[in-house]
Write a protein that binds this ligand. Structure first.
Ligand code: ADP
Length: 446
């Protein structure tokens, strides 16, 4: 097992990984930018190293500074967390070249699953359901128009290298499709450094259901069932839960097994999430694969009792995954609320500043993953999430009541947060009935 790990990240996920390491007897090296110099979790690290100025490019995204810190501190491995460098195949390759283990997939596996066109190809071969659409990148406009005619409008143009919900265009007729392709290619080239775009069927009413999976370096993989992340605003998830309410368990097992085949086909080691959209008839279509631990991983930890972060560290160290598929059982229901420092009453305006009141909920079935303490100043430089509230109960109804109770206990000020919005949702009819779609929240906020 590793002796010492460097965490190339910040905030709640840095603390989450630190906690897993310390429970495993592994020393932790945290890195921080000048904006995070006062972050309280740094005191828990065995060593903390400043890697630069506040802008991410000069710190958390700066590969040479991270590698220098890793060599100075003599670590065996780097955990990238999520965001920043987590899905950069070049970073995974550089770590390998420097003989530092990267806690995540190899650059080859990341290449196979991280690029959307390549991933779709691998998925199709592994018999994972994908959207009807162009088989690869669009070669010419006439061909794209023909495919769109076959699959039927609306269709969506997406960038092969896209991410973060950017670079997508919905086309409802041929004229729009013809006029959009060139522009989409130029935009993709400018934003992602790769102009390749592809076409797929656009679903009007879909739910976002994803499969958590884990693979090791010995060719073994398992899935940890699903999460429903349909409550979104501008493609950002606000609430996640498991199990997905009202979905046929056979269909979940089916796509879960598909996710396992996909990881095996890619030679994948580590934690991955295979994202799907589900239509009204509960047909699944793969969206993409996230080749890292996700923000919402605790939802799955609460229902399965499996520590995903510890597992990812073990498999990176070359150990066998200690679980078989039949060992993975779902118990009860879990809901996560992402607490963002944003004001829902003012169009989600970021609300940075000092947190004077921070009183977290507790009691049975309540977990709070957060790096915040009273007096913490939220730096304006990074994303606005200040913590996550995860509640677990015997069934969905009780879990909603527990989440509402915990949100009422959660006192944060004077900064504004998403707590009032989430509390409102726990009492909202459509949410309570289950089965809201990915546009539900935006309709509600209108
Ligand atoms: P990104 O990597 O940028 O997040 P995704 O492919 O995961 O891109 O898509 C982001 C979001 O865009 C999805 O969660 C969904 O809301 C919407 N979307 C993407 N593809 C489709 C589709 N074929 N039909 C309907 N909505 C889609």
């Amino acid at each position: 097992m590793f002796r010492r790990i460097l965490i190339a990240n910040r905030g709640e996920i840095a603390l989450r990984i630190l906690r897993a390491c310390h429970e495993m007897g592994i020393e932790v090296v945290c890195v921080y930018s000048k904006a995070d110099a006062d972050a309280p979790y740094l005191r828990l690290a065995d060593r903390a190293i400043c890697i630069g100025e506040a802008p991410s490019k000069e710190s958390y995204l700066n590969i040479s500074r991270l590698i220098s810190a890793a060599e100075i501190a003599d670590v065996d491995a780097i955990h990238p967390g999520y965001g920043f460098l987590a899905e950069r195949a070049d970073f995974s390759a550089i770590c390998r070249d420097c003989k530092i283990a990267f806690i995540g997939p190899s650059p080859e596996a990341m290449g196979k699953l991280g690029d959307k066109v390549e991933c779709k190809r691998t998925a199709k071969a592994a018999k994972v359901p994908v959207f009807p659409g162009s088989d690869g990148a669009i070669e010419d406009v006439d061909e794209a128009a023909k495919i769109a005619e076959e699959i039927g409008y609306p269709v969506i143009i997406k960038a092969s290298a896209g991410g973060g919900g950017r670079g997508m265009r919905v086309c409802r007729n041929e004229a729009t499709l013809r006029s959009s392709i060139k522009a989409a290619e130029q935009e993709a080239l400018a934003s992602f450094g790769k102009g390749e775009v592809f076409l797929e069927k656009f679903l009007e009413h879909a739910r976002h259901v994803e499969i958590q999976a884990l693979g090791d370096s010995h060719g073994h993989a398992v899935h940890l069932f699903e999460r429903d992340c349909s409550v979104q605003r501008r493609h950002q998830k606000i609430i996640e839960e498991s199990p997905a309410p009202g979905v046929d368990r056979k269909k979940i097992i089916n796509i879960g097994e598909g996710a396992v085949r996909l990881l095996k086909a890619a030679g994948y080691c580590g934690a991955a999430t295979v994202e799907f959209l589900m239509d009204e008839k509960q047909n699944f279509y793969m969206l993409e694969v996230n080749t890292r631990v996700q923000v919402e991983h605790p939802v799955t930890e609460m229902v399965t009792g499996i520590d995903i972060v510890k597992m990812s560290i073990m498999v990176a160290a070359g150990e066998h995954l200690p679980i078989k598929q039949k060992d993975v059982q779902v118990r009860g229901h879990a809901i996560e609320c992402r607490i963002n420092a944003e004001d829902p009453a003012r169009n989600f305006m970021p609300s940075a500043g000092t947190i004077e009141t921070w009183q977290v909920p507790g009691g049975p079935g309540v977990r709070v993953d957060s790096h915040v303490v009273q007096g913490y100043r939220v730096p304006p430089n990074y994303d606005s999430m200040v913590g996550k509230l995860i509640c677990h109960a015997d069934d969905r109804e009780q879990c909603i009541e527990r989440t509402a109770r915990a949100l009422r206990e959660f006192a944060v000020g004077p900064i504004k947060t998403t707590i009032p919005l989430q509390l409102g949702l726990m009492e909202q009819g459509d949410f309570r009935n289950g089965g809201v779609d990915i546009h539900f929240l935006e309709r509600l906020l209108k």
